[in-house]
Design a protein around this ligand. Sequence first.
Ligand code: HEM
Length: 216
Amino acid sequence: MDTPFSTLIRVASHEQHTEAETSTFMSDLLGGRLGVDAYTRYTEQLWFVYRALEGAAEALKDDPVAGPFVKPELFRTAELERDLAHLRGPGWRDGLTALPSTAAYAARVEECARTWPAGYVAHHYTRYLGDLSGGQIIRDKAERTWGFARKGDGVRFYVFEQISNPAAFKRAYRELLDRVNADDLEKQRIVDECKRAFDFNGAVFRELGGEFSLSA
Ligand code: HEM
């Protein structure tokens, strides 16, 4: 395969990325048309997804395929919990619920982690590389729309304290992808799982869009 795997996976998910960016919920959220309650609900959903991703990290850290991707400097669960404590108060966990689409997404991440580490890589890429990229745009909008302190409580999820140079980190991450321990067929399956990961994210946006509809 001549095309580097990192390019292959980026190009293959490009269309779905545009769909995610321009989804009604994201557009309304980033357009400042929704309240902080919608942002909170979205952050809650992320907590379920990252708990699935990071709950599996320890078991996968020595795996020949997924292991190289397990990097504690990426972990977001603690940051999400601080954000949720700020957004929902000290009892943030009480009554916290996953939307059905989020539950399905988290269950699939857990299933990949348990049974198919290469599939876990697809989910890892889809979330973390996105957070390091577009996440910064979301943070900036959130700070300005709902008045969170710059890089403070409420938006800590988007702040990677331990990654001083995100561009360099992303370059190194793409090199890891290019060296992933998988043959061409398995790489194609990873790409397919990445598309599935985008589908899961799209379904969460649709559900959130239904809950926080401007026309409702
Ligand atoms: C409004 C929402 C979003 C915005 C504004 C946004 C913006 C961006 C931007 C500007 C980049 C390019 C960064 C670069 O070239 O280094 C990027 C990359 C990426 N985004 Fe997003 N994004 C959004 C939503 C999402 C969502 C929902 C996902 C998936 C869950 C996602 C996953 C990714 C991934 C995986 C990359 C890395 C592509 C690569 O270089 O391989 N993004 N995003």
